[in-house]
Write a new protein. Sequence first.
Length: 232
Amino acid sequence: MSKIGIIGAMELEVEALKAKMSASNIVTKAGMDFYEGTLNGAAVVVVRSGIGKVNAALCVQILADVFEVTHIINTGVAGSLNAKLDIGDILVSRDALHHDMDVTIFGYQLGEVPQLGFREFAADVRLTELAIASSQKVNPDIHTLAGRVVSGDQFISTKEVKNKLIEVFQGDCAEMEGASIAHGAYLNQIPFVIIRAISDKADDSAEMDYPVFEKAAALHSARLVEDMVQKI
């Protein structure tokens, strides 16, 4: 039987899902509250991981070890790196990578974690397809694209950094957890997908846009997840 781990970095990214689910158990580990129960008929564990790559990786390991989840969905918001993605639109991961990993002095690609043998963590194809289909169903008025999530422990808010992430990594959105969730899921052999609603343009307007649009963007993502889980 499937048990789906659903991770959001911030409370606003999971509060709508927790309100809709029937929770039978709440377990606290590493300062995170894991809500175990059902959502739209599916067995789920919903958790706010906290912001940043370390919190995200710890969260994945707890979901694997304590709850033995069979799939992982990371829901939340991100800054757009793709001109086709406007505020409110949805990016579903094709893959993810760490944009702040730099061991190029030893011959690795920028963004490549040493000794893994690759740079990009590929999302589960079926989960990506299900997420896109669900988004098109429940968010018909916005664009949904598959693409690359690039992650680092920094909020991207200048055109200079944004352009680098596009040029060097061909990123479609930038945020702070997805690659670590992908990395942890890969190491634990758990299929994953990252879903990001666009809250800002990851440029000089990001500081102004983000507080205004983050809640609406997060609701788009949560609505998608609620529909999607019943199909896994």
